[in-house]
Unconditional design. Structure first.
Length: 490
Protein backbone atom coordinates (compact mmCIF):
# COMPACT_ATOMS: atom_id res chain seq x y z
CA UNK A 1 0.00 0.00 0.00
CA UNK A 2 2.77 2.45 0.94
CA UNK A 3 4.52 1.78 -2.36
CA UNK A 4 1.34 2.48 -4.31
CA UNK A 5 0.75 5.67 -2.31
CA UNK A 6 4.25 6.87 -3.19
CA UNK A 7 3.39 6.08 -6.82
CA UNK A 8 0.38 8.35 -6.46
CA UNK A 9 2.47 11.20 -5.06
CA UNK A 10 4.97 10.82 -7.91
CA UNK A 11 2.11 11.01 -10.43
CA UNK A 12 1.20 14.40 -8.94
CA UNK A 13 4.77 15.71 -9.03
CA UNK A 14 4.21 18.00 -12.01
CA UNK A 15 3.21 21.61 -12.49
CA UNK A 16 0.21 20.52 -14.58
CA UNK A 17 -1.16 18.27 -11.82
CA UNK A 18 -0.67 20.82 -9.01
CA UNK A 19 -2.20 23.60 -11.15
CA UNK A 20 -5.20 21.39 -11.92
CA UNK A 21 -5.60 20.70 -8.20
CA UNK A 22 -5.56 24.40 -7.28
CA UNK A 23 -7.96 25.28 -10.08
CA UNK A 24 -10.30 22.56 -8.85
CA UNK A 25 -10.21 23.93 -5.29
CA UNK A 26 -10.95 27.51 -6.43
CA UNK A 27 -13.76 26.31 -8.69
CA UNK A 28 -15.09 24.19 -5.83
CA UNK A 29 -15.24 27.20 -3.52
CA UNK A 30 -17.08 29.16 -6.23
CA UNK A 31 -19.52 26.32 -6.93
CA UNK A 32 -20.25 25.84 -3.24
CA UNK A 33 -20.86 29.55 -2.62
CA UNK A 34 -23.57 29.80 -5.29
CA UNK A 35 -26.89 28.43 -3.97
CA UNK A 36 -28.28 25.77 -6.28
CA UNK A 37 -24.98 24.91 -7.98
CA UNK A 38 -24.16 21.71 -6.10
CA UNK A 39 -20.95 19.71 -6.35
CA UNK A 40 -22.51 17.32 -8.84
CA UNK A 41 -23.57 20.19 -11.10
CA UNK A 42 -20.11 21.77 -10.85
CA UNK A 43 -18.39 18.48 -11.73
CA UNK A 44 -20.79 17.90 -14.61
CA UNK A 45 -20.13 21.40 -15.99
CA UNK A 46 -16.36 20.91 -15.71
CA UNK A 47 -16.28 17.38 -17.14
CA UNK A 48 -16.25 18.38 -20.84
CA UNK A 49 -13.16 20.54 -20.25
CA UNK A 50 -11.16 17.48 -19.11
CA UNK A 51 -11.46 15.59 -22.40
CA UNK A 52 -8.06 16.68 -23.66
CA UNK A 53 -6.29 16.38 -20.30
CA UNK A 54 -4.24 13.50 -18.97
CA UNK A 55 -6.20 11.17 -16.61
CA UNK A 56 -4.42 12.03 -13.34
CA UNK A 57 -4.66 15.86 -13.53
CA UNK A 58 -8.23 15.64 -14.86
CA UNK A 59 -9.49 13.36 -12.10
CA UNK A 60 -7.63 15.24 -9.38
CA UNK A 61 -9.25 18.49 -10.51
CA UNK A 62 -12.72 16.93 -10.49
CA UNK A 63 -12.19 15.45 -7.01
CA UNK A 64 -10.89 18.83 -5.78
CA UNK A 65 -14.10 20.49 -7.02
CA UNK A 66 -16.09 17.88 -5.10
CA UNK A 67 -14.08 18.38 -1.92
CA UNK A 68 -13.92 22.20 -1.90
CA UNK A 69 -17.57 22.74 -2.88
CA UNK A 70 -18.73 20.98 0.30
CA UNK A 71 -16.87 23.62 2.32
CA UNK A 72 -17.82 26.48 0.01
CA UNK A 73 -21.50 25.84 0.72
CA UNK A 74 -20.93 26.83 4.35
CA UNK A 75 -19.84 30.37 3.44
CA UNK A 76 -23.30 31.73 2.50
CA UNK A 77 -24.91 29.42 5.12
CA UNK A 78 -22.91 31.07 7.90
CA UNK A 79 -22.97 34.64 6.59
CA UNK A 80 -26.54 35.03 5.28
CA UNK A 81 -28.31 31.76 6.26
CA UNK A 82 -28.27 30.51 2.66
CA UNK A 83 -26.78 26.99 2.31
CA UNK A 84 -24.77 26.84 -0.90
CA UNK A 85 -25.12 23.03 -1.04
CA UNK A 86 -27.60 20.70 0.73
CA UNK A 87 -24.89 19.35 3.02
CA UNK A 88 -24.34 22.86 4.45
CA UNK A 89 -27.91 23.25 5.68
CA UNK A 90 -27.04 22.13 9.22
CA UNK A 91 -24.11 24.58 9.33
CA UNK A 92 -26.61 27.44 9.12
CA UNK A 93 -28.36 26.36 12.34
CA UNK A 94 -25.53 27.67 14.53
CA UNK A 95 -23.26 29.43 12.03
CA UNK A 96 -25.79 32.14 11.21
CA UNK A 97 -26.61 32.91 14.88
CA UNK A 98 -22.86 33.25 15.46
CA UNK A 99 -22.74 35.78 12.62
CA UNK A 100 -25.68 37.67 14.13
CA UNK A 101 -23.79 38.13 17.38
CA UNK A 102 -20.61 39.27 15.64
CA UNK A 103 -18.67 36.00 15.39
CA UNK A 104 -18.74 35.42 11.64
CA UNK A 105 -14.96 35.16 11.46
CA UNK A 106 -14.85 32.52 14.17
CA UNK A 107 -17.67 30.53 12.55
CA UNK A 108 -15.97 30.56 9.15
CA UNK A 109 -12.64 29.58 10.68
CA UNK A 110 -14.18 26.69 12.62
CA UNK A 111 -15.91 25.64 9.42
CA UNK A 112 -12.76 25.50 7.27
CA UNK A 113 -10.61 23.90 9.97
CA UNK A 114 -13.30 21.35 10.75
CA UNK A 115 -13.70 20.65 7.04
CA UNK A 116 -9.96 20.19 6.61
CA UNK A 117 -9.66 17.92 9.65
CA UNK A 118 -12.65 15.86 8.56
CA UNK A 119 -11.28 15.50 5.06
CA UNK A 120 -7.85 14.48 6.38
CA UNK A 121 -9.19 11.84 8.77
CA UNK A 122 -11.61 10.46 6.20
CA UNK A 123 -8.79 10.28 3.63
CA UNK A 124 -6.84 8.10 6.07
CA UNK A 125 -9.97 5.96 6.55
CA UNK A 126 -10.32 5.74 2.76
CA UNK A 127 -6.75 4.58 2.24
CA UNK A 128 -6.99 1.97 5.00
CA UNK A 129 -10.54 0.66 4.60
CA UNK A 130 -11.81 1.36 1.08
CA UNK A 131 -12.28 -2.25 0.06
CA UNK A 132 -13.82 -3.38 3.37
CA UNK A 133 -16.24 -0.45 3.59
CA UNK A 134 -17.32 -0.91 -0.02
CA UNK A 135 -18.14 -4.57 0.70
CA UNK A 136 -20.31 -3.52 3.65
CA UNK A 137 -22.16 -1.02 1.47
CA UNK A 138 -23.00 -3.75 -1.04
CA UNK A 139 -24.73 -5.69 1.74
CA UNK A 140 -27.41 -2.99 2.02
CA UNK A 141 -30.78 -4.01 0.62
CA UNK A 142 -34.34 -2.65 1.01
CA UNK A 143 -34.56 -3.55 4.71
CA UNK A 144 -31.27 -1.81 5.55
CA UNK A 145 -32.10 1.32 3.55
CA UNK A 146 -35.54 1.56 5.16
CA UNK A 147 -34.03 1.21 8.62
CA UNK A 148 -31.43 3.87 7.81
CA UNK A 149 -34.19 6.26 6.71
CA UNK A 150 -36.18 5.58 9.89
CA UNK A 151 -33.06 6.25 11.97
CA UNK A 152 -32.53 9.49 10.09
CA UNK A 153 -36.11 10.63 10.63
CA UNK A 154 -35.88 9.79 14.32
CA UNK A 155 -33.24 12.52 14.56
CA UNK A 156 -36.09 15.04 14.41
CA UNK A 157 -36.55 14.70 18.18
CA UNK A 158 -32.94 15.70 18.70
CA UNK A 159 -32.78 18.34 15.97
CA UNK A 160 -35.90 20.23 17.07
CA UNK A 161 -35.18 22.97 19.60
CA UNK A 162 -38.69 24.26 20.21
CA UNK A 163 -42.08 22.56 20.24
CA UNK A 164 -41.88 18.87 19.33
CA UNK A 165 -45.42 19.07 17.96
CA UNK A 166 -44.43 21.82 15.53
CA UNK A 167 -41.33 19.85 14.52
CA UNK A 168 -43.52 16.82 13.79
CA UNK A 169 -45.87 18.99 11.73
CA UNK A 170 -42.90 20.13 9.65
CA UNK A 171 -41.70 16.54 9.28
CA UNK A 172 -45.12 15.29 8.15
CA UNK A 173 -45.42 18.21 5.74
CA UNK A 174 -42.11 17.23 4.19
CA UNK A 175 -43.13 13.57 3.94
CA UNK A 176 -46.35 14.55 2.18
CA UNK A 177 -44.30 16.54 -0.33
CA UNK A 178 -42.19 13.46 -1.13
CA UNK A 179 -45.36 11.64 -2.27
CA UNK A 180 -45.73 14.05 -5.20
CA UNK A 181 -44.59 12.70 -8.57
CA UNK A 182 -44.57 9.41 -10.40
CA UNK A 183 -44.97 6.34 -8.20
CA UNK A 184 -41.51 4.69 -8.19
CA UNK A 185 -42.96 1.15 -8.41
CA UNK A 186 -46.25 1.36 -10.33
CA UNK A 187 -45.57 4.40 -12.53
CA UNK A 188 -48.87 6.08 -11.56
CA UNK A 189 -49.03 9.86 -11.22
CA UNK A 190 -49.51 11.14 -7.68
CA UNK A 191 -50.69 14.71 -7.17
CA UNK A 192 -49.07 15.78 -10.44
CA UNK A 193 -51.02 18.96 -11.15
CA UNK A 194 -48.39 20.34 -13.53
CA UNK A 195 -45.90 18.56 -15.78
CA UNK A 196 -42.94 19.87 -13.80
CA UNK A 197 -43.94 17.69 -10.82
CA UNK A 198 -43.54 14.39 -12.66
CA UNK A 199 -40.15 13.90 -11.00
CA UNK A 200 -41.43 15.16 -7.66
CA UNK A 201 -40.59 18.37 -5.85
CA UNK A 202 -37.19 19.59 -7.13
CA UNK A 203 -35.00 19.34 -4.04
CA UNK A 204 -32.48 22.12 -4.70
CA UNK A 205 -35.07 24.81 -5.58
CA UNK A 206 -37.14 23.76 -2.54
CA UNK A 207 -34.06 24.03 -0.33
CA UNK A 208 -33.21 27.45 -1.78
CA UNK A 209 -36.75 28.62 -1.10
CA UNK A 210 -37.05 27.29 2.44
CA UNK A 211 -33.71 28.67 3.57
CA UNK A 212 -32.64 31.43 1.21
CA UNK A 213 -35.72 33.23 -0.07
CA UNK A 214 -37.46 32.91 3.29
CA UNK A 215 -34.43 34.60 4.83
CA UNK A 216 -34.54 37.28 2.11
CA UNK A 217 -38.10 38.11 3.17
CA UNK A 218 -36.99 38.39 6.80
CA UNK A 219 -34.05 40.60 5.75
CA UNK A 220 -36.41 42.95 3.94
CA UNK A 221 -38.68 42.98 6.99
CA UNK A 222 -35.87 44.25 9.25
CA UNK A 223 -33.91 46.18 6.63
CA UNK A 224 -34.13 49.42 8.60
CA UNK A 225 -33.04 47.96 11.93
CA UNK A 226 -29.43 48.37 13.21
CA UNK A 227 -26.83 46.13 11.59
CA UNK A 228 -25.29 43.21 13.56
CA UNK A 229 -22.03 43.65 15.42
CA UNK A 230 -18.80 43.98 13.53
CA UNK A 231 -17.66 40.40 12.84
CA UNK A 232 -14.65 39.19 14.76
CA UNK A 233 -11.54 39.30 12.53
CA UNK A 234 -9.11 36.47 13.11
CA UNK A 235 -5.64 36.48 11.63
CA UNK A 236 -4.55 33.52 9.53
CA UNK A 237 -2.16 32.05 12.09
CA UNK A 238 -3.73 32.97 15.44
CA UNK A 239 -7.03 31.44 14.30
CA UNK A 240 -5.61 27.93 14.07
CA UNK A 241 -6.09 27.26 17.77
CA UNK A 242 -9.86 27.75 17.81
CA UNK A 243 -10.39 24.07 16.91
CA UNK A 244 -8.48 22.77 19.95
CA UNK A 245 -11.54 22.31 22.24
CA UNK A 246 -13.42 20.41 19.53
CA UNK A 247 -11.15 17.48 18.58
CA UNK A 248 -13.47 14.87 20.07
CA UNK A 249 -16.30 16.35 18.00
CA UNK A 250 -14.09 16.30 14.89
CA UNK A 251 -13.23 12.62 15.28
CA UNK A 252 -16.81 11.51 15.94
CA UNK A 253 -18.19 13.56 13.06
CA UNK A 254 -15.46 12.29 10.70
CA UNK A 255 -16.37 8.68 11.47
CA UNK A 256 -20.09 9.39 11.01
CA UNK A 257 -19.49 11.24 7.74
CA UNK A 258 -17.20 8.58 6.30
CA UNK A 259 -19.51 5.67 7.15
CA UNK A 260 -22.60 7.42 5.77
CA UNK A 261 -20.63 8.49 2.68
CA UNK A 262 -19.86 4.84 1.87
CA UNK A 263 -23.58 4.00 1.78
CA UNK A 264 -24.78 4.78 -1.78
CA UNK A 265 -27.40 7.52 -1.89
CA UNK A 266 -27.08 8.64 1.72
CA UNK A 267 -25.11 11.82 1.01
CA UNK A 268 -23.68 14.83 2.81
CA UNK A 269 -27.01 16.20 3.99
CA UNK A 270 -27.81 13.05 5.98
CA UNK A 271 -24.26 12.92 7.38
CA UNK A 272 -24.29 16.53 8.53
CA UNK A 273 -27.70 16.14 10.19
CA UNK A 274 -26.60 12.88 11.88
CA UNK A 275 -23.34 14.36 13.20
CA UNK A 276 -25.16 17.49 14.33
CA UNK A 277 -27.76 15.42 16.20
CA UNK A 278 -25.07 13.23 17.78
CA UNK A 279 -23.10 16.22 19.02
CA UNK A 280 -26.22 17.92 20.29
CA UNK A 281 -26.96 14.84 22.37
CA UNK A 282 -23.43 14.74 23.82
CA UNK A 283 -22.69 18.44 24.17
CA UNK A 284 -23.28 20.07 27.55
CA UNK A 285 -21.98 23.54 26.71
CA UNK A 286 -23.56 26.77 27.94
CA UNK A 287 -24.81 27.80 24.48
CA UNK A 288 -27.84 25.80 23.23
CA UNK A 289 -27.65 24.24 19.78
CA UNK A 290 -29.48 26.38 17.26
CA UNK A 291 -28.43 29.56 19.03
CA UNK A 292 -24.80 29.77 17.91
CA UNK A 293 -23.03 26.79 19.48
CA UNK A 294 -19.62 26.41 17.77
CA UNK A 295 -19.83 22.61 18.08
CA UNK A 296 -22.83 22.64 15.75
CA UNK A 297 -20.75 24.25 13.00
CA UNK A 298 -17.81 21.90 13.58
CA UNK A 299 -19.96 18.75 13.59
CA UNK A 300 -21.93 19.50 10.44
CA UNK A 301 -18.97 20.75 8.39
CA UNK A 302 -16.62 17.98 9.49
CA UNK A 303 -19.18 15.32 8.61
CA UNK A 304 -20.20 16.63 5.20
CA UNK A 305 -16.57 16.89 4.11
CA UNK A 306 -15.82 13.39 5.40
CA UNK A 307 -18.62 12.13 3.14
CA UNK A 308 -16.50 12.95 0.07
CA UNK A 309 -13.92 10.26 0.85
CA UNK A 310 -16.63 7.87 1.97
CA UNK A 311 -18.39 8.21 -1.38
CA UNK A 312 -15.12 7.60 -3.22
CA UNK A 313 -14.55 4.24 -1.48
CA UNK A 314 -17.24 2.17 -3.27
CA UNK A 315 -16.71 4.15 -6.47
CA UNK A 316 -13.04 3.25 -6.77
CA UNK A 317 -13.11 -0.23 -5.23
CA UNK A 318 -16.30 -1.62 -6.80
CA UNK A 319 -17.55 0.90 -9.34
CA UNK A 320 -20.59 1.69 -7.19
CA UNK A 321 -21.06 5.46 -6.72
CA UNK A 322 -21.64 6.60 -3.15
CA UNK A 323 -23.25 9.86 -4.31
CA UNK A 324 -24.44 11.73 -7.38
CA UNK A 325 -21.06 13.46 -7.62
CA UNK A 326 -19.27 10.11 -7.43
CA UNK A 327 -21.49 8.83 -10.24
CA UNK A 328 -20.32 11.70 -12.43
CA UNK A 329 -16.72 10.96 -11.44
CA UNK A 330 -17.24 7.41 -12.74
CA UNK A 331 -18.10 9.04 -16.06
CA UNK A 332 -14.84 10.97 -15.81
CA UNK A 333 -12.90 7.74 -15.32
CA UNK A 334 -14.61 6.06 -18.27
CA UNK A 335 -13.98 9.07 -20.51
CA UNK A 336 -10.28 8.45 -20.00
CA UNK A 337 -10.61 4.73 -20.70
CA UNK A 338 -10.55 3.62 -17.05
CA UNK A 339 -13.03 1.17 -15.54
CA UNK A 340 -13.61 1.70 -11.80
CA UNK A 341 -13.52 -1.43 -9.68
CA UNK A 342 -11.00 -3.90 -8.24
CA UNK A 343 -9.08 -4.11 -11.54
CA UNK A 344 -8.40 -0.37 -11.38
CA UNK A 345 -6.10 -0.96 -8.41
CA UNK A 346 -4.34 -3.75 -10.31
CA UNK A 347 -4.07 -2.32 -13.84
CA UNK A 348 -3.75 1.41 -13.10
CA UNK A 349 -2.79 1.85 -9.42
CA UNK A 350 -1.40 5.32 -10.09
CA UNK A 351 -4.96 6.59 -10.72
CA UNK A 352 -6.71 5.74 -7.42
CA UNK A 353 -3.58 6.41 -5.38
CA UNK A 354 -3.00 9.73 -7.11
CA UNK A 355 -6.54 10.63 -6.04
CA UNK A 356 -5.64 9.69 -2.46
CA UNK A 357 -2.46 11.76 -2.74
CA UNK A 358 -4.36 14.72 -4.21
CA UNK A 359 -6.72 14.69 -1.23
CA UNK A 360 -3.77 14.86 1.17
CA UNK A 361 -1.93 17.54 -0.84
CA UNK A 362 -5.06 19.56 -1.53
CA UNK A 363 -6.11 19.82 2.11
CA UNK A 364 -3.50 22.37 3.27
CA UNK A 365 -4.10 24.38 0.10
CA UNK A 366 -7.85 24.36 0.79
CA UNK A 367 -7.37 25.37 4.42
CA UNK A 368 -4.94 28.21 3.63
CA UNK A 369 -7.15 29.61 0.85
CA UNK A 370 -10.20 29.29 3.08
CA UNK A 371 -8.64 31.04 6.05
CA UNK A 372 -7.16 33.78 3.88
CA UNK A 373 -10.54 34.38 2.28
CA UNK A 374 -12.39 34.36 5.61
CA UNK A 375 -11.06 37.83 6.41
CA UNK A 376 -12.76 39.11 3.26
CA UNK A 377 -15.98 37.11 3.53
CA UNK A 378 -16.82 38.50 6.98
CA UNK A 379 -17.15 41.92 5.34
CA UNK A 380 -20.32 40.68 3.65
CA UNK A 381 -22.14 41.15 6.97
CA UNK A 382 -21.43 44.90 6.87
CA UNK A 383 -23.34 45.41 3.61
CA UNK A 384 -26.81 46.96 4.20
CA UNK A 385 -29.50 44.30 4.58
CA UNK A 386 -31.59 45.62 1.70
CA UNK A 387 -28.64 45.34 -0.68
CA UNK A 388 -27.77 41.86 0.59
CA UNK A 389 -31.40 40.74 0.28
CA UNK A 390 -31.56 41.94 -3.32
CA UNK A 391 -28.27 40.29 -4.26
CA UNK A 392 -29.08 37.03 -2.48
CA UNK A 393 -32.56 36.93 -3.99
CA UNK A 394 -31.21 37.38 -7.51
CA UNK A 395 -28.48 34.82 -6.89
CA UNK A 396 -30.95 32.28 -5.50
CA UNK A 397 -33.32 32.61 -8.45
CA UNK A 398 -30.36 32.19 -10.79
CA UNK A 399 -29.24 29.13 -8.83
CA UNK A 400 -32.75 27.67 -8.86
CA UNK A 401 -32.91 28.04 -12.63
CA UNK A 402 -29.41 26.63 -13.10
CA UNK A 403 -30.19 23.52 -11.02
CA UNK A 404 -32.54 22.18 -13.72
CA UNK A 405 -32.38 24.81 -16.52
CA UNK A 406 -36.13 25.21 -16.13
CA UNK A 407 -38.38 28.15 -15.24
CA UNK A 408 -40.51 25.79 -13.15
CA UNK A 409 -37.63 25.45 -10.68
CA UNK A 410 -37.72 29.22 -10.14
CA UNK A 411 -41.46 29.03 -9.41
CA UNK A 412 -40.82 26.20 -6.92
CA UNK A 413 -38.12 28.24 -5.17
CA UNK A 414 -40.43 31.26 -4.86
CA UNK A 415 -43.33 29.10 -3.61
CA UNK A 416 -41.16 27.44 -0.98
CA UNK A 417 -39.74 30.82 -0.03
CA UNK A 418 -43.26 32.02 0.82
CA UNK A 419 -44.05 28.73 2.58
CA UNK A 420 -40.82 28.87 4.57
CA UNK A 421 -41.48 32.48 5.55
CA UNK A 422 -45.03 31.73 6.74
CA UNK A 423 -44.01 28.56 8.61
CA UNK A 424 -41.21 30.36 10.44
CA UNK A 425 -43.73 33.03 11.43
CA UNK A 426 -45.51 30.31 13.43
CA UNK A 427 -42.18 28.89 14.68
CA UNK A 428 -42.00 25.84 12.40
CA UNK A 429 -38.36 25.60 11.36
CA UNK A 430 -37.22 24.32 7.93
CA UNK A 431 -34.91 21.58 9.30
CA UNK A 432 -37.64 18.90 9.77
CA UNK A 433 -38.99 19.60 6.28
CA UNK A 434 -35.54 19.27 4.72
CA UNK A 435 -34.91 16.05 6.66
CA UNK A 436 -38.16 14.60 5.30
CA UNK A 437 -37.36 15.68 1.74
CA UNK A 438 -33.96 14.00 2.01
CA UNK A 439 -35.17 10.72 3.49
CA UNK A 440 -38.84 10.41 2.53
CA UNK A 441 -38.39 8.82 -0.88
CA UNK A 442 -35.71 6.43 0.41
CA UNK A 443 -38.00 5.31 3.22
CA UNK A 444 -41.07 4.81 1.02
CA UNK A 445 -39.51 2.92 -1.85
CA UNK A 446 -37.50 0.60 0.38
CA UNK A 447 -40.48 -0.04 2.64
CA UNK A 448 -42.50 -1.19 -0.36
CA UNK A 449 -39.66 -3.21 -1.84
CA UNK A 450 -39.07 -4.83 1.53
CA UNK A 451 -42.75 -5.75 1.88
CA UNK A 452 -42.68 -7.33 -1.57
CA UNK A 453 -39.53 -9.28 -0.73
CA UNK A 454 -40.89 -10.34 2.67
CA UNK A 455 -44.40 -11.35 1.51
CA UNK A 456 -45.96 -8.30 3.18
CA UNK A 457 -44.46 -9.18 6.57
CA UNK A 458 -43.02 -6.38 8.66
CA UNK A 459 -40.78 -8.94 10.36
CA UNK A 460 -38.68 -8.86 7.18
CA UNK A 461 -37.19 -5.56 8.38
CA UNK A 462 -36.03 -7.17 11.63
CA UNK A 463 -34.63 -10.29 9.98
CA UNK A 464 -31.39 -8.59 8.93
CA UNK A 465 -28.88 -7.87 11.71
CA UNK A 466 -28.01 -4.51 10.16
CA UNK A 467 -31.60 -3.30 9.68
CA UNK A 468 -32.69 -4.71 13.03
CA UNK A 469 -29.85 -2.92 14.81
CA UNK A 470 -30.62 0.38 13.07
CA UNK A 471 -34.32 0.16 13.99
CA UNK A 472 -33.47 -0.62 17.61
CA UNK A 473 -31.12 2.37 17.73
CA UNK A 474 -33.86 4.58 16.24
CA UNK A 475 -36.38 3.38 18.86
CA UNK A 476 -33.90 3.93 21.70
CA UNK A 477 -33.07 7.39 20.38
CA UNK A 478 -36.75 8.34 20.31
CA UNK A 479 -37.39 6.91 23.78
CA UNK A 480 -34.39 8.57 25.41
CA UNK A 481 -35.06 11.91 23.71
CA UNK A 482 -38.74 11.96 24.68
CA UNK A 483 -37.91 10.90 28.26
CA UNK A 484 -35.28 13.64 28.50
CA UNK A 485 -37.73 16.24 27.20
CA UNK A 486 -40.41 15.12 29.66
CA UNK A 487 -37.98 15.41 32.58
CA UNK A 488 -36.84 18.84 31.39
CA UNK A 489 -40.45 20.07 31.27
CA UNK A 490 -41.17 18.57 34.69
Amino acid sequence: MLQNLMLGFSALASLKAITSLMVGILLGYTVGCIPGISASIGIALLLPFTFGMEPVPALCMLVAVYMASEYGGAIPAILVNVPGVPGAAAAAFDGYPMTQRGEAGKALTLSILGSGAGSFLSTIFLILTAQVMADVALAFGPAEYFALAVLGLSLIVTLSTGSLLKAMIGLLFGLVLTAIGVDPLTGDNRYVVVRGLLDGIPFVPALIGLFALAEVFFMLEIANQPQPKMPTKLSLWSSLGVLNPHWGNVFRSSVIGYIIGVIPGAGAAIASFAAYACEKRLNKGPIPFGEGNPDGVVASETANNAVVCGALAPMLALGVPGSASAAILIGGLMIHGLQPGPLLFTNSPQVPYSIFASLLIGLPIMVVLGLAGARLWVLVTLIPRGVVATMVGALCLTGAYASDNDEFSVAVAVAFGVIGYLLRKVDIQPAPIVLALVLGEMMEINLRRGLISGNNSLMFFLSSPISGSLLVVAALLLFVSLFTRKRAVA
